[in-house]
Design a protein around this ligand. Structure first.
Ligand SMILES: [Zn+2]
Length: 106
């Protein structure tokens, strides 16, 4: 069994497989209009997911920062939770940005 690249989305797939496990395009219909539409749809779904996660991370950061301010510093339990949430949101948002940068380069 050898690994080849899907002609539509370039994901790795077995040369024994009749259709791509990533985009579902069969090897015989690759390059056709329906195959390209399937790949476009897949890409759009991924973009939507990324946007949703980015929004979630931003909300987490804002909520955490708000909690920190409301608790009046980082000393109280609420402040610690707020700071942690804000940090988590910030790290998550940064990770998504970096991921977007790398996936654009390919
Ligand atoms: Zn594919």
């Amino acid at each position: 069994m050898a690994l080849i690249h899907c002609p539509a989305c370039h994901a790795r797939m077995s040369d024994k497989a009749s259709s791509c496990p990533n985009c579902g395009v069969s090897r015989s219909e690759a390059g056709t209009e329906s195959a390209e539409r399937a790949v476009r749809e897949l890409r759009r779904q991924k973009q939507r997911m990324t946007q949703m996660w980015r929004l979630l991370a931003m909300l987490l950061f804002v909520a955490g920062a708000g909690l920190t301010v409301m608790s009046g510093g980082g000393k109280s339990m609420l402040g610690v939770v707020g700071t942690s949430l804000a940090a988590l949101g910030f790290v998550g948002y940064s990770a998504l940005r970096v991921h977007a940068l790398f996936s654009k380069r390919r």
